[in-house]
Ligand binder design. Structure first.
Ligand code: AP5
Length: 216
């Protein structure tokens, strides 16, 4: 099963993708994570992407499609994948069609997480993660059980994304409305789109996605 999780910044794409990865053994393909890894490694792609990401703009279609294409060659991707953060433009949606056809595979579902935009800024600004294992937390909604200690790996090091500030989040939201929302009709015409209420609690969003994947 190959799916796209679509939704604005903070809609819960990463949260739900990692649950599906744990529950179903599918592979999470987050272009945001791939770009952040390139930035951390100071690779040529990372050097080009950093300022664009810090401003909340979109990295060029060529760069993002290039890194995704390489990742789609991975053996593990054959278990089924969850695209988290890609495609984000009409050009990327078209490139994805060609890439998947070349690799002899296709999409089964495009799941849109519908959310109230006012809640997104609060969700993103409160977000932080464990610097060792990547477990995600939130100042209000999901604090570690023991303050300042990761529930999963007991690390005491946490980090926040440089693009998780109010000004950048508002730009990311406007990029989503202008460039990403317009790709929905492309997938609607193929009968692939389902909508889930992304404002529901995390476990309920997860259950709704599972029902779609199970054909219910
Ligand atoms: P990316 O990393 O993809 O960021 P994003 O799309 O802005 O999405 P987020 O990771 O912020 O949100 P999310 O939906 O995953 O929410 P999460 O689950 O963390 O992209 C970053 C940048 O990289 C882009 O701005 C761009 O520059 C570049 N880029 C990436 N892909 C690109 C592409 N294809 N083309 C061009 N450029 C690209 O949840 C957020 C918080 O809310 C968490 O704290 C979580 O615990 C909480 N939460 C989640 N669900 C719920 C819920 N149901 N109820 C309450 N709280 C919840």
């Amino acid at each position: 099963m190959n799916i796209i999780l679509l939704g604005p910044p903070g809609a819960g794409k990463g949260t739900q993708a990692s649950r599906l990865e744990q529950e179903r053994g599918m592979v999470q393909l987050s272009t945001g994570d791939m770009l952040r890894a390139a930035v951390a490694a100071r690779s040529p792609v990372g050097m080009q992407a950093k300022a664009v990401m810090d401003a909340g703009d979109l990295v060029s279609d060529e760069i993002v499609t290039g890194i995704l294409s390489d990742r789609l060659d991975g053996e593990d991707v054959k278990r089924g994948f969850i695209l988290d953060g890609y495609p984000r433009t009409t050009a990327q949606a078209q490139s994805l069609e060609s890439l998947l056809a070349l690799k002899g595979t296709s999409l089964d579902h495009v799941i849109e997480l519908s959310v109230d935009e006012d809640a997104l800024v609060e969700r993103i600004i409160g977000r932080f993660s464990c610097a060792s294992c990547g477990e995600g937390y939130h100042d209000i909604y999901k604090q570690p059980a023991v303050p300042n200690v990761c529930d999963v790996c007991q690390s005491e090091n946490f980090r926040r994304r440089p693009d998780d500030n109010e000004e950048t989040v508002r730009n990311r939201l406007s990029e989503y409305r202008a460039k990403t929302e317009p790709i929905l009709p492309f997938y609607e015409a193929k009968g692939l789109v389902s909508r889930v209420d992304g404002m529901a609690p995390i476990v309920e969003v997860n259950a709704a996605i599972e029902r779609i994947l199970d054909g219910g």
